[in-house]
Design a protein around this ligand. Structure first.
Ligand code: PSU
Ligand code: MN
Length: 286
């Protein structure tokens, strides 16, 4: 039975209400339309749920105090009976544990940009998780708010095969181009499934990272989005934000500074990724 895992940090911390709830339901519908079963993951009252129902999705989309749960947070969210919205890293762990093999998200976390002269070190646990769990992860690359070149290098260090889906270049989340190479290009779900099977036969533990350019009509050119990202990053640094607060702040500020355009791009690429992940899951199950 083809199945697709979906994360919940994007619901609770990556998108505003009500777009977050609508998007979560639309992603599930997109997976179903391709003949696969969606499982959105999260924690409700400390219990891991693999396949949140509509009420639980609404709860994570609206409730105050939902914890952004990366790998390090899972033990305490569970032990303290909290609600947790799982990041790419935490979702990968829980999905792998539940036997799921394909996972769709928007953009993975990675190496954050560093201000000149500052020695901050903010590297997402998504990167190490990609090195540890043998899933197929479908995304639009790493979020453009990051240092994409450093993130690309970190993926290599983790031993992650980066696939360009219909492209020879890694997309940059809002934009189709980053100037950074992929390891291999695939144009069909069957080609991705063949890579995943080869990886499994070799006994490799890493994820296959399938990077898909955002839909052309929704993409924002690098030259347009880059100054806005620089502005949001400068605001973030002025406020002294750190760690898990950084990504939600930057996504929210980008939405405001682009008058919703970055939000539209985010929603469009999330849905496309869910659809392609479902097609890959069907090919893998066949
Ligand atoms: N993709 C999106 N929006 C998001 C995220 C991804 O389109 O909000 C989330 C993912 O859950 C990812 C997390 O794991 O942001 C990365 O956060 P950090 O940089 O703090 O690890
Ligand atoms: Mn971080």
């Amino acid at each position: 039975m083809p199945t697709v895992a979906l994360e919940s940090t994007v619901i609770a911390h990556g998108l505003p209400y009500p777009e977050n709830e609508q998007a979560a339901l639309r992603l599930e519908a997109a997976v179903c339309a391709e003949g696969a079963t969606p499982h959105t993951l999260g924690l409700i009252g400390g219990e891991v749920v693999v396949g949140l129902d509509a009420d639980q999705i609404r709860h994570l989309a609206t409730a105050e105090g939902v914890r952004k749960a990366s790998l390090r947070d899972l033990p305490l969210v569970a032990a303290q009976g909290l609600d947790g919205a799982t990041t790419v890293a935490a979702t990968m762990h829980l999905a792998h544990r539940a036997g799921l093999r394909v996972f769709a998200t928007g953009g993975i976390g990675g190496v954050h940009r560093t201000a000149p002269g500052e020695a901050t070190w903010d590297v997402s646990a998504d990167l190490t998780a990609l090195g540890r769990y043998p899933l197929v992860v479908v995304c639009a690359g790493a979020k453009a708010i990051l240092d994409l070149r450093a993130t690309r290098e970190a993926l290599e260090t983790q031993g992650v095969t980066v696939v360009g889906y219909g492209t020879d270049e890694m997309p940059a989340f809002y934009s189709a181009t980053s100037g950074l190479p992929v390891d291999v290009r695939c144009d069909t779900p069957a080609e991705v499934a063949a890579l995943a099977r080869a990886r499994d036969a070799l006994g490799l533990p890493q994820a296959l990272l399938v990077t898909v350019p955002p839909p052309a009509e929704a993409a924002v050119p690098v030259a347009e989005i880059e100054p806005v990202i620089a502005e949001a990053v400068a605001e973030m640094e002025a406020l002294g934000l750190r760690s898990g607060a950084v990504t939600p702040f930057l996504l929210r500020r980008l939405g405001a500074l682009t008058h919703g355009r970055s939000l539209d791009t985010n929603l469009a690429l999330l849905e496309q990724n869910a659809r392609i992940a479902a097609q890959i899951a069907v090919a893998l199950a066949g």
